[in-house]
Design a protein around this ligand. Sequence first.
Ligand code: ZN
Length: 380
Amino acid sequence: MNGEKPAPAIHEPKAVHRAWSLYLLTVAGIPIYLHFTFLLLLGFIAMMQIRDKAYFGGLGFVICIFASVVLHELGHALVAKRFGIKTDDIVLYPIGGVARLRSMGEGFQEFWIAIAGPLVNVVIAAALGVGLRLSGRWVPLAVLTQDGQALPSAHFVENVMLVNVVLLVFNLIPAFPMDGGRVLRAILARQMPKARATRIAAKIGQGLAIVFMVVGLFYNPFLVFIGAFVFMAAGQEFAATRSAALMDGKTARDAMITHFDTLAHGDSLGRAAELLLATSQQDFPVLGAGEVLGVLSRKALIQGLASFGSEHYVAEVMERNFPRMRPGDDLRRVYEVIHEVDGLPVLVFDDGERLVGYINHDNLVEYLLIAQSEHKNGHH
Ligand code: ZN
């Protein structure tokens, strides 16, 4: 608790149901989900087991890999928590986990958040290695790889250890989107602006991705797949950092739409449809008794027309639970909220609770495009 006056009712979205994902459990307040593609992998392994008449060693092995990945992601999330950064959730995909952090931290915090995941794998591998040594069941790596066919069952603990070493090495590749890329950026960013550090880390990531794809063409198609994924993710990371840099120091006031039409809660959907066609507006604040009661999005309007017809009132289909912000709020926060509420605009109110503007996804994208071309212009 702190001494600030209660924040204006900024709409915090409820815990959303994640599409294509299975909820598993919550650790330290962070929900963990299994993406359905992971279930496909489990099913595939189970099938192979039945076909080869092996026992469930393979499935147990997958669960151990899976636990290692969860612990790795929790490593990131818990260090982020120490810096006061919230993690929305952790989703497990067949190629690894993703912890969705609200931010990567200021300055060198990113280094500690990024390195925490691989360090968890170091700890797991070291603990298993020491355990094996002490129990005298240590098997040299050469022997392990010889009977590679029997990988999961024969030397279970060694193989779990090996997987953690692979996770460690893979994640420490110094390229986005791997943890190593973030570590590299954090180190570079001590010497140069963050945007430039990001560009270098992203370029290394994309260069490496091309090498993966070329090598994969000759040796292993799976590498082509990883390469394509790395290439896209590196590009996305660069775009996201650039957007964040363009929004730096900007507020909701800078990007909001200030000329707009409104509807009355007693207006019909037919009237709203007329307005939608006559203007370029897609979202309409709905007023009643001098107050904003809700907002009618284009989607809700079309759905309302389809299910109720044009005679029904706007008040019946409008969204009453819309996000509210202040003109002086950080634009990056507006960006986050717009992504969380998916499809709804953010309405901007002044201190007198008077509606002064609104921001939707499209107009924020337009704002970024304009800011980007102005930025380019200023440099050439
Ligand atoms: Zn990681």
